[in-house]
Design a protein. Sequence first.
Length: 366
Amino acid sequence: MTSKDLHKQPFSEETITKLDIFQKYLESWLPVAIQSPFIREVNICDFFAGIGRDIKGTDGSPIRIIKTIKKFEDTILKQKLKIHILFNEYIPAKYQQLCDCISKEQEALKNLDSNLSIEIFNQDFKELFVSKKLSLENHFNLVFLDQSGIKQITEEIFLYLTKFHKTDFMFFISSSAFKRFASDASFQKYFPDIDLQKLSMTSQSGMHRLILQYYRSKIPNESQLKLYPFTIKKGRNIYGLIFGSNHPLGVEKFLNIAWNTNELNGEANFDIDEDWKSAQMLLFGNRKLSKKEKFQLELKEFILSKKEVSNKEVYDFTLENEHIIKNALPVIKELVGKNKISYMGHHNISYNKCYKSNEIKKFKVL
């Protein structure tokens, strides 16, 4: 299960998609930490940092982290937020390149000297992660795990992540490798209990969804952690990101980024369910519902199955089904227009109304 050295060639379009999603989430996550009166210190951890840039100078995750912090420099200073950055690169030659790269970039952050600390490690991932887990457990963290392949985010590591209740995380995984190497002893060492029959029956395009379900099955019953996918297709291979958060605002922000990345399905960099192909078949009559249409039908049935439903129930149902509020609002508008539901004032279907200010509104089913 060897992998190519990504730093010996320009980043592919698919790698840039992955990095863009991470950066956009960081740009959404950091202002929440800055403005919160309850958060005075955060950790941003990039455990597979690479060398900083590709051979053409395209920014990798470490430089994107530094540039994002620079972007919010004024508000960081104003709110007196402390930021601790951890970079790790296991390969010694790459570690040195990373150190040189970060050293040059730090000059831009000199105004933040009293607010910012950067540590750069050259360690085995698991050893470093385990040594840092106590310092991460009770802090507000964003953890990026851009592994090469599949073997680093084991059940043991994942269960540690489930205990970090104030942590949002994102990890990359080569999902199609599960199909290729499922029968290998080296593979089974890392995933001894994965369902080999399900693997064999799952299509290539559906592999990342299957891996998502595997990790979801490992979440302890008492945990509030939610996991969401973004599948990345490159050639015939399937990779993907898995995002985790215990907080609905984190989930909403990630889903907004995912749906903005692909408005067709909010889940992949390609037409994973052939929704576009199905839409073209409308000319010939019969066609299956798109992901968005199916959700809207299910939301309508969910609402109409009750005597009344709250804005919070609609909000939670939407996120649970991997959709954004924008996809739910046409259903509310349709049901009001057809006199199926009624409510006074604004619908209040938002994180701020449902959770932050707890302004619960009831929709009466007529």
